[in-house]
Design a protein around this ligand. Structure first.
Ligand code: GDP
Ligand code: MG
Length: 189
């Protein structure tokens, strides 16, 4: 069975832990220690093929760039989360994406790998990513519209879902889409 390492990133409080726990355990954890970072394992069947997912729910290491890059390097796929009720978290999406691309395009990816992927040596590999706009159950407090999310997704070329960890909307779908994205790269990253 293939094994994929998935890293959940995004600003503090956007719901990374709740999305992860909803996906792994099928429950909404009302409060989860924001400083705790944890790993989970879950087996899934996507398009009739099984995969083992190692999920890393990152927490509060925004200050430690080097530490963060270690995670980014180890991930095969990434879920970048923002909170639809907090515009600042939406505005940070692009910088998370850029950090992930930088981390995955470091020295050790050689020209041969890029060639195998149909890329020129100076072209960046775009790692598998999915963007999730969480907390859509809080519709009255929305600061980021669905349309804005879709425009960002189009501009960055990353699949996008609006979700709620609380009411369990599009949680599984987001992870499944990421598995599909990972498979498309043929496990090179
Ligand atoms: P993290 O710091 O990104 O891991 O965020 P958490 O998962 O700890 O969630 C931060 C806060 O947002 C907690 O109080 C959660 O209960 C709440 N929360 C997370 N997801 C949702 C959601 O989909 N809807 C609502 N209403 N609250 C959420
Ligand atoms: Mg957390």
């Amino acid at each position: 069975m293939s094994r994929h390492s998935i890293v959940i990133v995004g600003e503090g409080g956007v719901g990374k832990s709740c999305l992860t726990l909803q996906f792994v355990h099928g429950k909404f954890a009302e409060s989860y220690d924001p400083t705790v970072e944890d790993s989970y394992r879950k087996q899934v069947t996507v398009d009739k093929k099984q995969a083992m997912l190692d999920i890393c729910d990152t927490a509060g290491q925004e200050m430690y760039a080097a530490y963060q890059d270690q995670y980014y390097k180890s991930g095969n796929g990434f879920i970048i989360v923002y909170n639809v009720t907090d515009r600042m978290t939406f505005e940070r999406i692009k910088s998370y994406r850029d950090r992930i691309i930088r981390a995955k395009n470091s020295e050790e990816i050689d020209a041969k790998t890029k060639k195998a992927m149909g890329l020129e040596p100076d072209q960046d590999i775009i790692p598998p990513m999915v963007v999730v706009g969480n907390k859509i159950d809080l519709d009255n407090s929305r600061q980021v519209s669905t349309q804005e999310g879709q425009n960002m997704s189009k501009e960055l070329g990353i699949p996008f879902f609006e979700a709620s960890a609380k009411t369990n909307v599009n949680v599984t779908e987001s992870f499944i889409e990421l598995v599909r994205q990972i498979r498309k790269t043929g496990g090179v990253l």
